[in-house]
Design a protein around this ligand. Structure first.
Ligand code: COA
Length: 181
């Protein structure tokens, strides 16, 4: 199957009128979040969800939920930043709270497009409004489909090693040569 390009996609901030009932994923928890909680969380200013549609057909191919966060500097990461003269205990980050591709469109580049969108938002926050050094997330460790491979390919690193449940990961937005948009 061909990869889907950014020109073939339309991104919309989730609103009341959007119908998300057709969305399907092997990660049922991420379907439930979209259908039941995403809009409530947005109305409470906890997170913002963006929907990706295929321009040609209007199909909902994926969604990404963003919120503000910070990364605590511990262990090796703390040493790395100390060597750079950055002595804070934590640094600002944009968190990907949820990210999911419709089962029908897996492995066609949609997940990568959504990460590119998150990087774009983080860069926009920094260039216009507020500090934002990292993108952070908790990667799902589904034994059948471990999302960590996907994030590692883009350049995310593990914050803490965990084999089950979720693994916290980060992307440093300074000098990241692997992922440019
Ligand atoms: C993880 C997920 C977002 C990836 O989305 P996607 O659109 O299929 O990913 P892409 O097509 O952009 O993949 C880019 C690269 O990542 C790697 N990758 C993606 N999915 C992978 C998988 N299941 N196993 C191993 N590598 C994978 C591949 O190297 C792929 O490149 P290739 O297809 O050319 O080999 C998608 O599988 C998904 O939504 N899963 C269910 C929800 C989930 O786990 N979300 C993450 C929660 S933190």
């Amino acid at each position: 199957m061909d990869k889907i390009t950014s020109e073939q996609l339309r991104i919309e901030r989730m609103q009341e009128h959007h119908d998300v009932q057709s969305f399907r994923s092997y990660e049922q928890e991420l379907v439930s979040f979209l259908v039941e909680d995403a809009l409530d969380n947005q109305n409470s200013r906890i997170s913002v969800t963006y929907l990706l549609f295929l321009e040609a057909t209007g199909e909902l191919v994926g969604y990404i939920t963003l919120l503000n966060d910070r990364i605590n500097l511990e262990g090796n990461l703390k040493d790395v930043f100390h060597r750079k003269g950055i002595l804070y205990h934590s640094l600002p980050a944009l968190k990907i709270g949820r990210l999911c591709v419709n089962d029908k469109f897996l492995r066609r580049g949609i997940g990568t497009q959504m990460l590119a969108f998150a990087v774009k938002i983080a860069n926009h926050i920094f260039s216009e409004y507020a500090g934002c050094r990292f993108i952070v997330l908790d990667a799902k460790r589904n034994p059948q489909n471990d999302s960590i491979h996907f994030y590692k390919k883009i350049g995310f690193e593990m914050l803490k090693e965990r084999k089950k449940g979720t693994t916290p990961m980060y992307l440093d937005l300074v000098n990241n040569v692997k992922f440019s948009i």
